[in-house]
Design a protein around this ligand. Structure first.
Ligand code: PLP
Length: 442
């Protein structure tokens, strides 16, 4: 136990099990108790101020502390705090938000199934994919393919679809016989002399081979984050996703874009799949930036074509008490209105260029092996040897050490193994970007 924890941190340490608890550090250091947020700034219970380069958890897109968001949430809570949206009941914000998401989503993605967050959006999309395939007469299509180094959430199914080594602890078991993984597009660690185009060719060939091995007639869907965020901010070659999607089309495999992180402006577009990477998925899973974290909410946005095929005399037996929660939907609607009225997508694109340029200025530092990112998502990969790209041994715990050093200087960046990842609020100012870069460099 630490001696100088605040009363709240001590209470937390005595009673709470945090998501992804690292027992050693939790028992020695406790948690930072945050009490206030404004824009990209946070304050803890000792009054210390931090610049939040993480954006909460890739999610506070419009920034914290907005009175108009608080008002929209309060108004809806007073008017109608809850109705379920089961069967044939709904509420005004849920109906409006479904319409708004249909307007914003690409192609014929005009149907919306609300969830409580990102993991439940992935679970629901997984179910929906199998349901549609069965309705189309392909009840044997129950398998899915995803990528290594992907993170799709923490419910049992979402965690099984994702595959980050560190998440696979032996005490939990994971479904594996119908979930398959192919390599992630990792440009930094591609083979010596391999071009981006050759890497893409190799990944597409591996995908085709995996489909042949499993049997296309058994595969319902392919899950892909446009940029694999928690897997290490893996920015793919520009045409990789469109080519993977084309392979799916050829084999009757549904394409599910996990835009939980990349949606709602993080890459300067409402959705990255079509606007940034040039493919239209069959379903988009979103959460996080959908409400900028002001309320927990997620959604699966799917195509009219899927809807037409899934209709029949069957029930769609999936959903949550808080699907289409009126207060969460009201928050998401206000969040979208703010993004539109304040031209936040364009602001993100402009700020993102400065952010990427600033981060790349750290490339010459002795432990920085790679700097990568896109618009307002970025990452620094720390290595023991720049020339050979040799990683630090695990016990050096370099990402966490950098994070602690940054925190002592009033900057929050997230450690991910040897990496430090960032996704600040999209309203970040130029001087705040400079402060991130300078502090991280120091
Ligand atoms: N998908 C991606 C790409 C994510 O990054 C996350 C969370 O970080 C999830 C899904 C799960 O979302 P949630 O934590 O809201 O369940």
């Amino acid at each position: 136990m630490t001696q100088d924890l605040s009363p709240l941190a001590a209470m937390d340490q005595a009673h709470a099990l945090h998501p992804w608890t690292h027992f050693d550090s939790f028992e020695t250091e406790g948690a930072v108790v945050l009490t206030r947020g404004e824009g990209v700034w946070l304050w803890d219970d000792a009054g210390r101020k931090y610049l939040d380069a993480v954006g909460g958890l890739w999610c506070t897109n419009i920034g914290l502390g907005r009175a108009d968001m608080a008002q929209a949430i309060a108004d809806q809570a007073l008017k109608l705090a809850f109705t379920s949206t089961f069967v044939d009941i709904t509420n005004a914000p849920a109906a409006r938000l479904a319409g708004k998401l249909a307007e914003l989503a690409p192609g014929d993605l005009n149907r919306v199934h609300f969830t409580t967050g990102g993991s439940t959006a992935i679970d629901s999309a997984y179910r929906l994919a199998q349901y549609v395939q069965a309705a189309r007469g392909f009840s044997g299509r129950t398998h899915v393919i995803a990528r290594k180094q992907s993170y799709h959430g923490s419910t049992y199914a979402a965690m099984s679809i994702g595959l980050r080594d560190g998440d696979r602890v032996p005490e939990f078991t994971y479904k594996s016989d119908t979930i398959h993984h192919v390599s992630a597009p990792i440009l930094y660690r591609r083979a010596e002399g391999q071009t981006e185009a050759q890497l893409t060719d190799a990944l597409v060939a591996e995908f085709e081979a995996k489909i042949a091995e499993v049997g296309a007639e058994k595969i319902a869907a392919f899950f892909a984050e446009p940029i694999q965020a928690s897997g290490g901010v893996l920015v793919p070659p520009q045409d990789y996703l469109a080519r993977m999607a084309a392979v799916c089309r050829k084999h009757g495999i549904l394409v599910i874009a996990d835009e939980v992180v990349t949606g709602f402006g993080r890459l300067g577009a409402w959705f990255a799949s079509q606007d940034v990477y040039g493919f239209t998925p069959d379903m988009i899973c979103c959460a996080k930036g959908l409400s900028s974290g002001y309320q927990p909410i997620g959604a699966v946005i799917f195509s009219d074509a899927l809807w037409d095929d899934m209709r029949g005399d069957k029930w769609f037996t999936s959903g949550y008490t808080y699907s289409g929660h009126p207060v969460a939907c009201a928050a998401a609607l206000k969040n979208i209105e703010i993004i539109e009225n304040e031209d936040i997508l364009a602001r993100a694109t402009r700020a993102g260029a400065l952010f990427q340029e600033g981060l790349r200025s750290l490339s010459d530092l002795p432990i920085v092996g790679d700097v990568r990112g896109h618009t307002l998502i970025g990452c620094v990969e720390n290595v023991a040897d720049k020339a050979t790209k040799r990683a630090f041994p695990d016990e050096v715990d370099i990402g966490r050490r950098v994070t602690h050093a940054a925190e002592a200087r009033g900057l929050m960046v997230r450690p991910l193994g040897a990496l430090n990842v960032m996704s600040p609020a999209l309203i970040i100012s130029d001087s705040e970007i400079t402060q991130i870069v300078e502090t991280l460099g120091a």
